[in-house]
Structure formats: structure tokens, C-alpha cells
Design a protein around this ligand. Sequence first.
Ligand SMILES: O=C(O)C(=O)C[C@]1(C(=O)O)C=C[C@@H](O)C=C1
Length: 406
Amino acid sequence: MSDLTSLRERIDTLDSTLVDLLNERAQVSLNIGAAKRKATTTEYVYNLTTSICPFSLPFMIPIEQREAGEHFNNVHCISDSTTESKELHVYMPGREKEVYKKLERLNQGPLNHSSLHAIFREIMSASIALQKDVSIAYLGPPGTFSHQAAYERLGDSVAYVPVDRISAVFEAVEKKQTTYGLVPFENSTFGTVVETMDNFVKTSVRVRAETYLSVHQCLLSNSKMEKITKVYSHPQGLGQTQKWLSTHLPNAKLIPVKSTAEAAEQAAQEADAAAVCSELCSSLYGLEIIARDIEDAAANTTRFLMIGTSSDNATKDDHTLIHFTVDHRQPGALADGLKVFKDYGLNLFKIDSRPSGLRPWHYVFMVECSGHFQNEPLQKAVKDLEQYCLDVVVLGSFPNQRPQNE
Ligand SMILES: O=C(O)C(=O)C[C@]1(C(=O)O)C=C[C@@H](O)C=C1
């Protein structure tokens, strides 16, 4: 027998063991699904009859009441209680983070970590789909960076639903048309995605997970570089490549559209047009790659948030997103409000403000801090913050997934 034949026989035997093991794992996952279903029903009955959350007010007051000023001194805490616990949550970002960490520890090679990660991404994707039909809405059409980020997170076994605006991602989750949604939150070069922020201020969805994607922009077109007169992209795409575009295409008209993949779709239909988008759009929309890696900053990364109807349970390393409006009539209210995070040892990572939409020069502040809303320090901080605010909304907690070298 040749070496090759015997080595292939060895692979055949191992494959057969792998299939058995994968199915054994899948059966355990089905049992986990059944256990979660049972726990969900029990938890629901329990939470309806007891008040375990210190802030057990409804999560979000209707926008009409806010506009009428009926939102003063309201704290809305996301708890495991009432309506949200009726749902079976199969995507557990905290548990997945633990699984991936354990795999890295166990892995002695020759498989590298990222190959093992990709294999287990698909194993867990299949596992999720066995427990429940899962779908995720993203800013489409197919080929956007949102699409890629969602796929990297949830793998091949769930359904991907493209929508045409970021607000439609929120809507799909709110109306339970999809299980989850994925929205771009901030880019390391071009900053906060304001459309996402504005939707967070008026939504009832909760943050479930975060995910980071290295973003490499390409210039795609079916025209030669010297013939290009217009460039389509999402404002973030144009923003992340502004130096490159002003150097290489100083006279081109820059046209913002709703997404990078829509830009590719548009550029494919017009002469002398190009799109700033992902390389993937080249094959999806039939465009040539004119230039690769045209982002102005080498480590161009976009951070996305996965939204759903609830957050996952606390892990050892979580972040929480909160928005609040301060009472301007109290001097120093914002400074006092921010100090509560320090008082409870909670690190502040990010603070943004947006017009509240209620009246001119009135702002909603969005902060991201360490900690989980299920844990005492954050619960106490939120309670103290209430003293300085007209309204406090905890948007959710999620495991910290920031790449370690950043
Ligand atoms: O541990 C769970 O809760 C599971 O549902 C199992 C499992 C897995 O296959 O390992 C599947 C999906 C979750 O996102 C995390 C883990």
C-alpha cells in the first residue's frame, strides 16, 4: 500500500470519529436547548410574581410620554424579568468567548488558532440552528461590512436578512421579524456612526454582543482610473478613504449612499463610476478591483453591536451602554453624573452626545463603562446617576471582545 493510500485511510477513520463526536456534541446542544426552554418558562413565572430587580420599571417609556416631559427621573433597567424572559436565547456571547479561549489553551497545533476558531464558529453556528431558527438583520445589500461582521459572528447556519437602513435593523428586532440585528457602532478612523446612536436613543432593543472587523476598503469600477468621475460609498467609506481619494481622484464627485454594497450596485450600472467598498463586492456585483487597501489608516477597524431583545448574563469582563439626559437646571449635573462611575470603580470607555430631539441645545449622553447591569456596582451607580438626570436608560451589557493588542 502506498503512503498516500494509508494516510488517506487514517483520515477516513478520523473523519468517521469526528462525525460521531460532532453528532454527540450536537445532541448535547439539543439538550441544552431543552434545558434553556425549561428554565425560561420557570424564570418567567418566577419573575412575574417577584421583584428581584431593584429597577423593575418598564424598560422604555413610549416616545410620546418623553416628548410630553413625562420622563423625569425614570430609570429603566434591563432585567431578566417579564416579557424578555419569555424568549429562548440561543446565542450566548459570554459562553462562546469562554469556548474560544479554552480552545486556544488546548490547541497545540499544527492547526493555527484562527483555523480552529473558524471550525468552531461553524460548529456553534450549527448548534445554534439546532436549538432554534435564528435570523439576523444587517445593513444590506449583501457584501457590506455589516454582512461580513455578522457572518464572522454567527456562521453559515443562520439566516441573514439585508435591510436598506440602519433604522430598519432596529425595527426588524423590535418587531421580532428577526432574532438579532447587527449595527455599525464606531470606526477607528472615522468615529461614531451617528445614525446608530440616534436609533439607540429611541429604541427598546438591548445590546447583546460586540464584534470588531478589520476593514479594508477597495476602489471598484468597470472604468479605467483616469476615466472615473464619480465615486459612490457610504459616508463612513468616503470618510475612511478621504486622503486617498483626494490624492488619486481629486476631481471626482463623491456621492454618499446608504451602504458600501449599494455603492457597488450603483457603480456597476453607470459608466465612469466607482465605489469604495469591500473586495467581496467585486464578485457580487461584477466590478473590477482598481485599488486595494485604500483606507487612510492602516489599522482601520469597525466595531459593531449585535442587538436583540435582551443581553446575555454577566461574565468576568463586560461593558455596559447607558444613555441619559441631565437636568440642565442643576449646575454641574453632568460632572456629578459622570463621577458616580468613578465612585463605584467603573471605568468609562466612551462618551458621546447627541441632540435629544426634545428641544434645541438639549442633549442625550451615551456612555460605555465597565461592568454588567446584573452586578451591584453598576446597579448602584445607575441609581446614583438618577439623582442628576431626567432619564437614564441602560441599553445592555455585553462581553468585552476588544482585540487584545488594542
Ligand atoms: O452553552 C450554550 O448555551 C449553548 O447553547 C451551546 C453553544 C455551543 O454549541 O457550544 C451554542 C451556542 C451558544 O452561542 C453557545 C454555546
